[in-house]
Write a protein that binds this ligand. Structure first.
Ligand code: ZN
Length: 104
């Protein structure tokens, strides 16, 4: 992998699941030098930890645009974090969105 190329969100999500997998050696090197991708991975990690702590129930939710914007562009504020942690279905939707957002 060219270390100047940001990984796709799907790759970050996969790395988040199995960080020691040999296929992610290039991604690990990239993360060592790219603060943007480390921040994005941190967001994925935080979302997936919350998701595991509160397994989602089976319903479809639509996230507010402000939340989607925060997922793509910066940290969620406290009110948005609380809204997600109080609603497992919303959190699941947020994680799905974060994994598929094309924010680079
Ligand atoms: Zn990067």
């Amino acid at each position: 992998m060219n270390s100047d190329t940001h990984p796709e969100p799907e790759q970050l999500a996969g790395f988040n699941q199995t960080p020691d997998a040999p296929e992610y050696a290039g991604l690990r090197r990239h993360l060592a030098t790219c603060a943007d991708c480390r921040q994005r991975l941190d967001q994925l990690n935080a979302l997936s930890r919350s998701l595991r702590a509160a397994p989602p129930i089976n319903k479809t939710v639509t996230l507010p645009n402000a939340v989607l914007h925060a997922i793509e562009n910066g940290p969620l504020d406290d009110a948005q974090r609380h809204a997600l942690s109080d609603d497992p279905a919303a959190l699941k939707a947020a994680l799905h969105y974060a994994a598929h957002a094309q924010a680079f």
